[in-house]
Design a protein around this ligand. Structure first.
Ligand SMILES: Cc1ncc(C[n+]2csc(CCOP(=O)(O)OP(=O)(O)O)c2C)c(N)n1
Ligand SMILES: [Mg+2]
Length: 155
């Protein structure tokens, strides 16, 4: 939750490099990141692959700065600057020495299961292709609380 603590995207990969050094033997480090934040720290993927004994990277690849779409696109702002091309993170990860798969359905997770069954060694990148059109319930709750707080300050 480094990004949440600092309200800054792009810190996940760099934080994972440090966490990979701290994690105890036999445990698997898990990094969860959006595609936009992951792109900001992309060069650190090579460092993570070098540092991690066992790591899983989950990328929520919605081809968008999704939070912006939900918060601002939903208010009518143009979404074009909020969109990102659908990046082949799986291909990048394999080029840098990780194991990886594109995940479009639950059955695609068999590649991750195979990696775990083989001993969970090295870094596995799950490039999860998800929709940007479904809003998480917690985000709707947060947006409503934010709207109510602004209204209370204004009145
Ligand atoms: C350095 C920085 N730039 C911009 C923002 C504003 N911001 C907050 S969430 C977000 C979108 C993040 O996109 P992504 O990492 O793909 O995650 P998603 O919301 O799509 O799950 C942006 C641009 C920020 N918090 N920090
Ligand atoms: Mg995204």
């Amino acid at each position: 939750m480094v990004g949440t603590a600092y309200q800054t995207i792009g810190l996940g990969l760099a934080s994972a490099v440090g966490a990979a050094r701290a994690v105890e033997d036999g445990r698997t480090l898990v990094l969860a990141s959006g595609d936009g934040g992951f792109l900001m720290g992309l060069s650190d993927l090579e460092s993570l692959i070098g540092a991690a004994i066992s790591a899983v990277v989950v990328i929520y690849n919605d081809a968008a700065y999704g939070a912006e779409i939900h918060q601002y696109g939903s208010q009518g702002l143009t979404e074009k600057p909020m969109l990102i091309p659908e990046v082949d993170f799986s291909g990048v990860a394999r080029a840098l020495g990780a194991e990886s798969a594109i995940i479009r359905s639950l059955s695609d997770l068999s590649a991750l299961q195979d990696w775990i069954d083989a001993g969970a060694k090295g870094t596995f990148v799950a490039d999860c292709r998800i929709t940007s059109s479904v809003r998480a319930p917690w985000l709707s709750e947060w947006m409503e609380a934010s709207r109510a707080a602004k209204a209370a300050v204004a009145s």
